[in-house]
Write a protein that binds this ligand. Sequence first.
Ligand code: AMP
Length: 397
Amino acid sequence: MKTVDSINFSNKRAVVRVDFNVPLNDKFEVTDATRIQAAIPTLKKILKDGGSIVLMSHLGRPKDGPTNKYSLKHIVNEVNKQLGVLVQFADDCISDAAFAKSSALKPGEVLLLENLRFYKEEEKGDAVFAKKLSQHGNIYVNDAFGTAHRAHASTAIMANNFDAASKCFGYVMANEIASIDKVLNKTQKPFTAIIGGAKVSDKIMIIEQLMSKADNIIIGGGMAFTFIKALGGKIGNSLCEDDRLEVAKELLAKAKVNGVNLCIPMDAVIADSFSNDANTQEVSIDKIPDGWMGLDIGKKSIEYFGEVIKKSKTILWNGPMGVFEMSKFENGTKQAAFDIVAATKSGAYSLIGGGDSVAAINKYHLADQVSYVSTGGGALLEYIEQGTLPGVRAIEG
Ligand code: AMP
């Protein structure tokens, strides 16, 4: 894999696609700088070599061109702070003024371009726009894993304008790719995938992919009830996608044929309303009375899943086991997180990916006790589903 380590950036100008799509409050202050922090090691390596940097990113989803709300000028101070360098700003990404600024950069200097998505051409993957962006530098670095599943101008298309020796991955991308590779290709057995969250429909493709790779697939969260109903159980008012019952049956059958241990919860914490103040009880998951809904897995399931997790040598976790945002229904998710940590301590490789499992591992302050926490939910899922991503192919060829 070609990373920034294989290039000497001395006197070179690197155009670096980063993911600075950070949350801002009403005063336009950055409320979570994780994505900026993540890019710093790549940027420091380039500056240490004696290179200069043109930073490119998107912010939010602007619909009609430039809008103050989505201006990257709001994040300049935070980038200054994290990088320890005074970053210049160009209020348009392809104007003459922007090119004047980029071409005047001296070694050690950094320029941030305005939001790429102020141009519709960015998301369309327009080749002319991509060509213009590439003229900001002589080396292209992609470190934006969060958008690597999009064939946008800056994330994939502009790589065509650089030869193989002049494009590479930043450390964020490299670490993400290496981590997925450990789970999918250099897999130590047994491999357990824990898939939860709200909807089966969002996770069908990933479960299908994992059927040929995983030894155990644990199903939790709201999506478990579609499986329970498909098996003939009574699920009361629990979340269910009736149009996916056939798919659930097919997945159950496929698991049998492939010899995959598809672990479905046997009990559930049920509630009489979707609220932390609801009345609750614990019942067999296929005997949920009408008017009640399953919002977490029960104790027996936690114990069973825990045994499987702790015997695993490779673990992928995507999606919570219940409505972990409410304290009454967080136990399944919390215990899964602690079981993953225990397995990791015993030598397993654990990858946590996808928005809500990342939120969960952070909620329990366990992010530093698992092997890797992915920065890109959608990109990670698509990588597993497709085996590669447009942003990865663009560099690797
Ligand atoms: P996803 O984005 O598909 O991974 O879904 C995550 C969301 O699923 C979280 O907000 C959870 O609260 C929700 N969730 C998990 N279990 C359940 C459940 N049993 N019923 C309803 N929602 C759930």
